[in-house]
Design a protein around this ligand. Structure first.
Ligand code: ADP
Ligand code: ASP
Ligand code: MG
Length: 423
């Protein structure tokens, strides 16, 4: 008998009908002879609504209470799903992240999983139950407080449980038919990818393709857990993400795997920084001490007349306030003239292992953006990715132009979005 872990995202369980539909799928997997562990997200946009609510009572809510609040979303869906399965005549038990043995560090709102001890899940399975686990949450090892894993964290819960339980596969059910060459909400001519390597998927996820979370792919690669991303609304086969293609999984051998975009970042420019050793170190130590993760960094050439330079970097919008406050507090020791904050930016990334060996990809990328009249503000590259920052208002046009320029458009408008609000 095989063990499968299935994860259902918020759009798949958005209402009672959705929960009943998902319950049938889960029961089918059980009837096919599998032991089934299900990880479930909060219903629809519940998490966003809870965040809005917190903001109405406190501008910067305490991390511990914020996590306590957000985990309530997943508790609602796990209990309802277990009820719906029982109603179909099958045994199911729901578990919070803590009960499922998801142990994390104590960084609230973006905790990391440090261990998974799924004893209760094993027992539930051995007793013939379907185990339903609340995604996106755990319990901190030292303080025993409830933590959350960061937005989209249910993907990580699913892969972590799959690894701990030695599952054959981790199925991620969502509102599109798999991983596409671009976000199907933006590019109707995006193509579904049959198989993609962990390596390319990691870069796509890190660049904003929220169909899979970056940490989840990292985890899957480390423990070599194949992921099957597919729709909970259709019976279609989705996208396999793994080290090597298996069986009939098609490899495209394209130079480019896809185009990703991200509008969740902002840009801070530290203006008038003395061009001498230690300045960048002081700025980024300040940011690191505030526990803010940064993405791209650019330092301008200093003006000869003043010996001053500007340093720009990007970071999640949600961390903007914290970063600005930390820099302001340390203004005296760092020494800069002013700070500029810009949250009207977008990042567009082109990803594909083939670019390592194919000259001209960068040129073609910049030409496509230029033909679309899109101005580039920052550039960063890795071996298999090129990213640019542009104005937020240009993002849709830029993604479509790049997708077309690299021959990624499909012949048909096949990309279907079944649900969700894209929030
Ligand atoms: P869930 O609620 O199931 O976790 P998410 O909203 O987190 O779903 O992720 C699915 C969404 O990811 C899709 O609706 C789609 O808009 C978006 N997305 C972004 N890039 C891609 C891509 N390359 N392929 C598929 N979906 C993508
Ligand atoms: N409910 C959480 C969120 O919206 C976690 C998840 O869906 O994966 O971010
Ligand atoms: Mg998600």
């Amino acid at each position: 008998m095989g063990l499968v872990v299935q994860k259902y995202g918020g759009s798949s369980v958005a209402d009672a009908e959705g929960i009943k539909r998902v319950a049938k799928r889960i029961v089918d997997a059980k009837k096919n002879g599998n032991q089934v562990v299900v990880v479930v997200s909060a219903m629809g946009d519940t998490t966003d609504e809870l965040i809005d609510l917190a903001g109405q009572v406190s501008p910067i809510p305490a991390g511990r209470e914020f996590d306590m609040l957000l985990t309530a979303g997943e508790r609602i869906s796990m209990a309802l799903l277990a009820m719906a399965i029982k109603n179909l005549g099958h045994e199911a038990q729901s578990f919070t992240g803590s009960q499922a043995g998801v142990i994390t560090d104590s960084v609230h709102n973006k905790a990391r999983i440090i261990d998974v001890t799924p004893g209760r899940i094993r027992t539930a399975l051995d007793e013939g139950n379907i185990a339903i686990v609340a995604g996106f949450q755990g319990v901190s090892q030292d303080k025993k407080d409830i933590t959350t894993l960061g937005r989209g964290g249910s993907d990580t819960t699913a892969v972590a449980l799959a690894a701990a339980l030695d599952a054959e596969v981790c199925e991620i059910y969502t509102d599109v038919d798999g991983v596409f060459t671009a976000d199907p909400r933006v590019v109707k001519k995006a193509r579904k990818i049959d198989w993609i390597s962990f390596e390319d998927m990691l870069e796509l996820a890190a660049s904003g393709s929220k169909v899979l979370l970056h940490r989840c792919v990292e985890y899957a690669r480390r423990y070599n857990i194949p992921i099957h991303v597919r729709s909970s609304f259709s019976g279609l086969r989705g996208t396999w993400v793994s080290n090597e293609p298996q069986g009939d999984q098609k490899v495209e051998h394209a130079i480019i795997s896809g185009v990703a975009h991200d509008v969740s970042e902002a840009k801070i420019t530290v203006v008038g920084v003395p061009d001498k050793p230690g300045e960048a170190a002081a700025i980024f130590r300040t940011i690191a001490n505030a526990e803010v993760n940064i993405d791209m960094v650019v330092q301008n050439v200093s003006a000869a007349s003043t010996g001053l330079t500007d340093i720009s970097f990007t970071l999640p919008k949600s961390e903007g306030r914290k970063a600005i406050a930390a820099l302001e507090r340390n203004r005296g020791t760092i020494g800069f003239e002013s700070l500029r904050y810009d949250d009207q930016i977008a990042k567009i990334s082109l990803v594909g292992a083939g670019m390592k060996t194919n000259p001209g990809v960068t040129a073609a990328f910049f030409e496509a953006l230029s033909d679309a009249g899109v101005n580039i503000e920052l550039i960063s590259t890795s071996e298999i990715r090129i990213s640019v920052v542009t104005r937020a208002e240009d993002v849709i046009e830029a993604v479509r132009a790049v997708h077309t320029a690299f021959g990624l458009d499909s012949d048909s408008d096949q990309a279907v979005v079944y649900g969700g609000t894209g929030r």
